[in-house]
Each structure stands twice: as structure tokens, then as C-alpha cells.
Design a protein around this ligand. Structure first.
Ligand code: BGC
Length: 772
């Protein structure tokens, strides 16, 4: 754990430059706008350790798979989010010495991510090796108003004496991915041009042939007057304009760099440069200050919709805002072709692709904080990939329209290549079905089933029906060779979570078939033909549902994570020396696999999803057993534990899990923030407040709350959308209040009491009444 980020309600602040923390900060201070994003690399040169990262949504490279031992069924490639042209770069020489924080001394270094207004700011005083002292101040953002544009304001002030400055703003397309399998570069040059202070570079990805045009327009001002560049460079992958000037002591020279980034996913290739020039002209006309004001206003409206306000605990407040801010920077829901990579635009790990994280963790956040079309887009994304999921299942030997969605994907094809995950971590299929259920439960949009949902459900149900096997010994169906969400167990038999979710999928598909048959008979018949569905399938599914084996310990009264779990030496996490954690960095893989330690919620994930099926005692016994064995080495884990703990009234633990999930990256809990932020688990943080502390659930189409106030807080409040209503929920020491900010009446439940709020009205219960 690290505690170098200063606590503040609206800002992420780092003071003092510590090179060994720089890669972590590059992740934490990342900026983005849903179309593009970047790590907080420095504008000026930096020869210290850094992960360069500038990413464009939807642009990837299918990097040829590299494994030690090939297994049939492995995918050909791993889709990687591509490090794209660097548009922030400003090469700076001061009295002929390159400004480089790795070689000069810095004082007063301060980096601030202003979440309220959506920009990154940095300032410091540098003493170069030649003795020159300069003050640097840099501000930049990716515009959420003009989402193909960004801007930098970078100022240089010599402090003690006048200094000769050589300033070279550039765009560099000669970049690489650190995780390239064969050390290749992924971009080919297409076109370049530079006239004075404005230039464009067009590059094309190898194999996938995406084109991206990146442009810059520079304005260098001294004493209020714009300078002209003395030297310009335009090469295949690099454009730059160099300005020479001399600044007096105390005189500020300011560089404005406007940048545009356009991808052929959104513009015809032959018009990329023309469109880039138009957008550039627009943003340059606005100017930096107007762009920044617009950015602040646009962020204000985002916050208006999705903020969570916590009074009385700055660490918790900063944590939740940071999570919401990064989620909103990553995905806006406007484009059904896009999805949410576990690292968003903040790093290369996980390839920038889609995981089950989207369905299991992100959907609830977008359901409540954005219009229903956003979550719908995320579901439609999977519908678009159905055919590929069927092909994927076929490659593994399944048939007749069985669909196995990939563990990792960019375009529907599987990219993951560890057999114990690719072939065995099949529970992802269930999360996709559950998301359909969850979406309909929340929005009431049951028409989605007939339109898209049922087709996906049939493919998924077929897969499960073929994946189980009949055990003559048990006279039950079993599920052999799987990996549950807890990846610290591989190739186990009868993972309770997977088996339970599999039969849940079968049940839900049968119910959905019936629903569509009753509601939309014509579409039902069409779907039967389309999917070649046969009545016998339903009979077989029902047989599986009725005869599935689920491992359990009668003695302990718990579900067993998998067969044989209790054969393991039962040690608790609290007895592990701190020096041995995280296990995945300190123990051999073999030792991890043989231990009882659990990476992330597994049985508890199932109890979270299917909570309504289990009584409180069952949930408590399983929580009491599994929680002490869980190391939470996946970022997706603490939030589920927080929600279950809150449900059980374990307020203290719920709060600890919340802090852990919300400050996971800010405090670098798992010692891996330098790879990028845990974007998808950030939605889990939101869930731990809204579903955990506020206890929000949807039952029978209505909203229920069971709130409690963590003892360190004086109050918390958030807004949610629900079926056309906008509700403002406030919980403080005196009462729980819900304001209906919409134009129709709504009934909500607080701790079981039904309260009807007219349009604009506030309803509530006093805490005294709740306790009584
Ligand atoms: C987790 C998976 C998750 C993936 C991407 C892994 O560490 O175990 O559940 O899908 O990270 O976030």
C-alpha cells in the first residue's frame, strides 16, 4: 500500500516528484473522453521509467499468439489496445540542455487531477545540470465536448536570469507497445504534412488497417505575441515545429498545443485529414480557455447525474469520485461498437478488450447513472457477437448453435490463450445471460428479450446443456474441468458458482421462451426458425435443472467452492505474514493452486447475483466461511464482499471493503496500479455504496433500499435513474430521504416500508423509526 496521494474531495494531488512512483502516477492521473485517452506521461522528454500510452477507442492490433506449448483451440491472436501517436510531446532545451526530470533537480513538484472540471495540471521548478532554474506549468485535457480533440497549455518561466529556449512541439507516431509479443511496431505510415505550426500524421495499423490521423496546431507566445517556428520537420511518422526564443527572468513563454485524433472507425479513410482540419479549425477558433470552460461545464453536468457525495470522510469521498470520474472518462455509451476494457485508456494490460467484467460489474453502474440505451448498447454488443460465440463453441467441439462467449474479445473472437481460462473459465457465459436479466429487471424493457435477448440466451443455454455430463455414479449432472471466478483454482470439478449459474441460465431461458411465446407469438416463431430450436431441447434443459449436482458441506452448512475444497489445508488470510502478500507476486503458482486461498468472490459472487434465492443464514454461513480465506487479489473482489457484508449488517467490514475497492488504485493496494487503473472494478465501487450501504435492490419492478450510514460518515447522497424517474437519495444521521426529481409519482421502499413520492416530492423515514 502507498499513501502518497493527498486527500481532497475533488482533486487527486501528488506533491514532490518520486521517480519510483511515476508509473503509478501515470496511471492514476490518466485522462480520457470515451473516444481517446492517455496515461499521464510528461509533455517534455523523460528518460526515467515510464509507460508511454495514448489510446484511441476501438483501434486494436491482433498480435500473433505467443505461448510455450500450443493447444488446439487456442486463438490465433491476442487483440491489443494500441499505443497510438503521442500528441502531447514538447521537446524542450533550455540553455542547450534538454529538460528531463530524470536528470534535473525538481522542487515544488505538484500534479493535480481536477475531477470536477476534467483536466490534469502539473507544476514544478527544475534546476538543470547547467544551473538554469525554470518554472514549468502544464495543463491538459481530452475534451468531452469535442471528443476528437485535446489541448495542452505549457508554460516555461526562467527564474534567475534570461534563458535561451528551444521549444519543439511534436506528434510522434513511431511508438510501440511494451507488451508486443514479437517486439514489432504496429503502425505503418500513410501520410504526413506540416505547414508552419500545423501538421497531420496519418498512420495505419498493420493487419487490421485502422487509420488514425493525429494533428497538432501550435501557438507559442512570448509577451503576448505569437512566435513563428524556425525549423519544421515532417517525416513519415514524426512532425515537429521548432521555436527559438530567449525569455527574461520571470517572463513566461506559453505553448498552446491543440490536437485532434480521428479514426477511420468514425470517418471515411479518404476524408480523415480533411475532417481533422475542420475540427482543428473549430477548436483553435475557440481557443484553450473557452475549450477549458466548456470542459468544466460538461463535467458539471456529468457530475450532476452521477456524483456520490459523502460528508465527513474525505478519503472515502475522493475514492468514490475518482472511480466515477475514471468510468465516465472511459465509456460514454454512445457507440455500440465500443466496450469497457479492464484498464480503459490507462494501460496495455488485458489488451483493452471486453471481459465478463462489463456484464457483472459495469452494467449496474450504467443502468442507474445513464439512460437505458447505454446499458442496452452494452448488451447489443454481445448480440452482435453471437455468431462468433457459436463459432467459438464449435471450435471446442460444441454443436447445434451452442454459444460460448470469449473470455477476452475485441470483435467477438476469443483472444485469451491460457487453456485453464480460455476453455474452462466458462462462467463468463452466465454473466452475459445475467446481464440481460438484470437489464430487464431494472428497466422493465422486457421487449428486449424478443428483439435480441432470447437469441443470445438460447445459444448460452445450449452450451450449458452440452457442457454438463451425466455421472452414472452420482445419478446427477456434473460439470467437470472448470475454473470459477477464483482463478487461484484451475481445472476443478463442480465449481458451485459455475454449476449454479449454469442451471440458472437454463431456467431463465425457459422462462424467457415462454414469455416471448405469450407476448410476441410471431417473433417467437421467427426465433424458433432462426435458432432451429426444438422442443426436446427444453425437456433436456429441464432434466439438467432437476438433476444437477452442487457440492456442499452439510456439516458446515455451506456450498463448497468445488469438490474437494475441504481437503485443502484450511489456513486463514489473517495468519499469512504481510511479507507473503500479494500471493501472486510472492508465491509460486503451484503453491497458490494447492492452497485454500481465494483470489476473488466465487461462492459469494453467486450469492450476490442470486441473493433472493437464499435465506440470510445461508448467506451468513458462507460469508463467514469464505471471507476469511479470500485474499482479494482481483480488483473485482472487495466490492462484492462489501455488498454481502452490508446485507448481513457487518457494517465495519462493509466499510473496510469499500475503502479497499474505492482506493484500490489511489493507494495501490495490489501493487499493480503502474500497469493501469482497474476501470471495471470501479463500477463495483459504485455498487458497494448504492447496493451495499444504501442496500438498493429491484424487486417486482420496484426499488427497495435498506440503507445504513457508515459510522465515519455524517451523510451520503446519490442520484439514480429508474424507469424514467430520477431519484435523489440522501442518508444522514437523522433520516433517509428520497426526492423524486421526475414528473411522475413513484413508490419506493425503505426497509420494507412503502413510500409514495409525488413528482417533485420528498419522502423519508427517520433513523429512529428505522432502528425501532
Ligand atoms: C480476474 C477476472 C477478470 C480479469 C479482468 C482477472 O484478474 O480474475 O475475473 O475478468 O482480471 O479484469
Amino acid at each position: 500500500m502507498k499513501h502518497y496521494i493527498l486527500q481532497d474531495a475533488w482533486n487527486i494531488i501528488e506533491e514532490g516528484f518520486e521517480p519510483h512512483l511515476h508509473k503509478i502516477s501515470e496511471s492514476i492521473f490518466s485522462i480520457g473522453n470515451g473516444r481517446m485517452g492517455q496515461r499521464a506521461n510528461f509533455e517534455e522528454d523523460y528518460t526515467g521509467e515510464s509507460l508511454q500510452g495514448s489510446y484511441v477507442a476501438g483501434v486494436y492490433y491482433p498480435d500473433k499468439t505467443r505461448v510455450g506449448w500450443w493447444k488446439n483451440g487456442y486463438p490465433e491472436y491476442f487483440a491489443k489496445v494500441l499505443n497510438a501517436a503521442n500528441w502531447i510531446g514538447i521537446h524542450l532545451k533550455i540553455n542547450e540542455e534538454v529538460l528531463d526530470l530524470a536528470t534535473c533537480k525538481t522542487e515544488g513538484f505538484r500534479r493535480v487531477l481536477n475531477m470536477q472540471e476534467g483536466y490534469l495540471e502539473r507544476s514544478f521548478t527544475a534546476t538543470l545540470q547547467n544551473g538554469t532554474r525554470v518554472r514549468i506549468h502544464a495543463v491538459r485535457f481530452c475534451s468531452i465536448v469535442d471528443d476528437e480533440a485535446g489541448a495542452v497549455r505549457y508554460s516555461i518561466t526562467p527564474l534567475d536570469a534570461s534563458a535561451r529556449l528551444e521549444i519543439t512541439p511534436y506528434v510522434d507516431g513511431d511508438v510501440r507497445n511494451q507488451d508486443a509479443n514479437y517486439d514489432e511496431k504496429f503502425w505503418n505510415p500513410i501520410a504526413h504534412e506540416l505547414v508552419n505550426h500545423e501538421g497531420y500524421l496519418t498512420l495505419e495499423t498493420r493487419k487490421t488497417a485502422f487509420q488514425v490521423t493525429t494533428g497538432m496546431h501550435c501557438v507559442v507566445e512570448r509577451a503576448g505575441a505569437a512566435l513563428a517556428p524556425q525549423v519544421t520537420t515532417a517525416e513519415a511518422k514524426y512532425i515537429a515545429a521548432t521555436y527559438h526564443t530567449e525569455a527574461n527572468a520571470g517572463e513566461e513563454v506559453v505553448v498552446y498545443k491543440y490536437a485532434v485524433n480521428l479514426s477511420s472507425e468514425n470517418h471515411p479513410k479518404d476524408q480523415l485529414v480533411a475532417h481533422a482540419k475542420n475540427i482543428m479549425a473549430d477548436v483553435v477558433t475557440k481557443g484553450f480557455d473557452v475549450m477549458k470552460q466548456e470542459q468544466a461545464a460538461a463535467w458539471a453536468s456529468k457530475w450532476e447525474e452521477s456524483d456520490i457525495v459523502i460528508e465527513g470522510d474525505v478519503a472515502a469521498q475522493q475514492g468514490i469520485r475518482f472511480n466515477i470520474f475514471q468510468l465516465n472518462q472511459t465509456y460514454t455509451g454512445e457507440d455500440a461498437r465500443l466496450n469497457i476494457g479492464p484498464k480503459g485508456f490507462t494501460g496495455e494490460k488485458y489488451g483493452g478488450s471486453t471481459y465478463w467484467d462489463t456484464e457483472a460489474y459495469c452494467i449496474p453502474f450504467y443502468l442507474a447513472t445513464a439512460g437505458p440505451q447505454v446499458a442496452r448498447n452494452l448488451l447489443v454488443y454481445r448480440h452482435r457477437h453471437l455468431q462468433k460465440a457459436i463459432e467459438n463453441a464449435q471450435k471446442l467441439g460444441f454443436k447445434d448453435g451452442a454459444a460460448l462467449y470469449p473470455m477476452v474479445t475485441m470483435n467477438g473472437e476469443e483472444c485469451h490463450n491460457e487453456w485453464e481460462i480460455t476453455f474452462e473459465e466458462i462462467h463468463r457465459n452466465a454473466a452475459i445471460a445475467f446481464a440481460i436479466y438484470n437489464y430487464i429487471r431494472y428497466t422493465g424493457d422486457a421487449a428486449y428479450l424478443a428483439e435480441y435477448g432470447l437469441e443470445v440466451l438460447i445459444g448460452i443455454a445450449r452450451f450449458w446443456a452440452q457442457r454438463v455430463s451425466w455421472s452414472n455414479d452420482r445419478h446427477q449432472y456434473v460439470m467437470l474441468g472448470v475454473t470459477g471466478p477464483n482463478e487461484y483454482e484451475n481445472n476443478v470439478n463442480n465449481n458451485w458458482y459455475t454449476s449454479t449459474m449454469a442451471t440458472w441460465c437454463l431456467e431463465y431461458t425457459l422462462q424467457s421462451l415462454q414469455y416471448v411465446q405469450q407476448q410476441e407469438a410471431a417473433r417467437y416463431n421467427e426465433l424458433l426458425q432462426l435458432t432451429r430450436f426444438k422442443a426436446e431441447e427444453a425437456t433436456q434443459w429441464q432434466h439438467v435443472i432437476d438433476n444437477m449436482y452442487y457440492p456442499a458441506s452439510k456439516e458446515l452448512g455451506i456450498f463448497l467452492q468445488q469438490d474437494g475444497y475441504l481437503d485443502k489445508e484450511q489456513i486463514l488470510v489473517k495468519d499469512l505474514p504481510a511479507s507473503e502478500r500479494p500471493l501472486n507476486q510472492k508465491w509460486s503458482w503451484d503453491r497458490i493452486l494447492r492452497s485454500c486461498f481465494i483470489k476473488q468472490a466465487d461462492v459469494l459472487q453467486g450469492l450476490y447475483f442470486l441473493e433472493d434465492r437464499y435465506d440470510l443464514d445461508t448467506i451468513r454461513r458462507n460469508y463467514d466461511f469464505y471471507e476469511p480465506r479470500t485474499v482479494h487479489e482481483s480488483s473485482l473482489s472487495p466490492c462484492v464482499h462489501a455488498i454481502v457484508a452490508a446485507k448481513l449488517g457487518d457494517e465495519q467490514r462493509a466499510y473496510e471493503f469499500y475503502l479497499r475497492t474505492s482506493r484500490l488504485d489511489l493507494d495501490d493496494y495490489n501493487n499493480d496500479t503502474e500497469d493501469g487503473l482497474h476501470i471495471t472494478s470501479m463500477a463495483g465501487t459504485w455498487m458497494s455504496v448504492v447496493e451495499g450501504f444504501a442496500g438498493m435492490r429491484v424487486r417486482n419492478g420496484q426499488l427497495h433500499f435498506a440503507p445504513f450510514l457508515p459510522s465515519k460518515w455524517t451523510s451520503f447522497a446519490f442520484k439514480i435513474r429508474f424507469r424514467g424517474a430520477i431519484l435523489h437519495v440522501q442518508i444522514d444521521q437523522r433520516q433517509v430521504q428520497i426526492t423524486n426529481a421526475s414528473s411522475h409519482e413513484i413508490t419506493v421502499f425503505i426497509h420494507g416500508a412503502a413510500l409514495t413520492a409525488a413528482a417533485g416530492a420528498t419522502v423519508g423515514l427517520s433513523q429512529e423509526l428505522i432502528k425501532a
